[in-house]
Write a protein that binds this ligand. Structure first.
Ligand SMILES: NC(=O)c1ccc[n+]([C@@H]2O[C@H](COP(=O)([O-])OP(=O)(O)OC[C@H]3O[C@@H](n4cnc5c(N)ncnc54)[C@H](O)[C@@H]3O)[C@@H](O)[C@H]2O)c1
Length: 251
């Protein structure tokens, strides 16, 4: 897939799934703009990828930061062809104990952040541009004590189909990907699923016989970003979970 001349924003592109999405789009010839909180690692990573990647330190939970980031990115590059809203945070806590500020922060980063990235990037997105929102299978099913994460990811799926309809006038396609268990342990302590030693039962409980890898997600991003192959797909949610959400688990 030739993405030469295309500018791609990947939020949360320094660690985990986001960093593999960045690598895949760079390999496909794109210029990638990372928006992430992690300054030191972000600058180091951009240096390693020599000019193909630019790093902006942005807190995606803050509107002013997002607005300033898009302004600087387009002052250099004039257009954004692909926006991948990948950054996300979680946190397990009992509803009675969880501070309201924590609920608000998770909703701000995971749901309001993607909305604002679209709002401010839209004037610079030409016809044929593509938006991909990284949701989660937790938008569809839950463990205990995950209310803000699940609600934010469910909201992101609804935001995806709302935008797909609104932006059809701009000829922009908008889709979501919902990963299940993706092993990001190769990316150090900072990844939210990091440092888990996988047991055989972790793998075998999946109908696919394994947990996911970040490249399972990045390959789907490349597909959805391609107007030739995925031009008739918009407003959809692609679940990448090794079959877990299709498995009946009544005992
Ligand atoms: N790993 C999984 O199993 C899994 C499963 C389902 C969905 N997801 C989703 O995939 C996406 C990536 O997950 P991951 O496992 O790679 O996460 P991760 O924690 O490894 O990486 C997240 C990245 O986002 C950045 N980030 C966090 N908060 C930010 C903020 N306020 N502003 C800017 N950047 C910020 C981090 O610095 C990091 O680079 C997330 O949206 C997550 O919810 C992950």
């Amino acid at each position: 897939m030739g993405l030469e001349g295309k500018n791609v924003i990947v939020t949360g592109g320094v660690f985990g799934i986001g960093s593999v999405i960045v690598d895949s789009f760079v390999k496909a010839g794109a210029h990638v703009i990372i928006a992430d909180l992690e300054k030191t690692a972000g600058i180091k990573y951009a240096k390693k990828l020599r000019g193909a990647v630019e790093f902006f330190r942005v807190d995606l939970g803050k509107e002013a930061g997002i607005k300033a980031f898009i302004r600087s990115a387009v002052s250099r590059h004039k257009k954004i062809d692909i926006l991948i809203n990948n950054a996300g945070i979680g946190g397990w806590q009992n509803i009675e104990k969880r501070r309201t500020s924590e609920w608000q922060r998770i909703i701000a980063v995971n749901l309001t952040g993607p909305y604002l990235c679209v709002k401010y990037a839209l004037p610079y997105m030409p016809e044929g541009s593509v938006i991909i929102n990284i949701s989660s299978t937790r938008a569809l099913m839950s463990e205990k004590n995950t209310e803000p994460y699940s609600a934010s990811k469910g909201g992101l799926l609804a935001l995806t189909h709302a935008l797909a309809v609104s932006l059809s006038e701009n000829k922009i396609r908008v889709n979501a990907i919902s990963p299940g268990w993706i092993d990001t342990s190769a990316f150090g302590k900072k990844g939210h699923a990091a440092q888990v030693k996988l047991k055989k039962s972790d793998l075998l409980q999946h109908p696919a016989g394994r947990v996911g890898t970040p490249s399972d997600v990045s390959e789907a991003c490349l597909f959805l970003a391609d107007n030739e192959r995925a031009g008739f797909i918009t407003g959809q949610n692609l679940v990448i979970d090794g079959g877990m959400t299709k498995k009946m688990i009544y005992s």
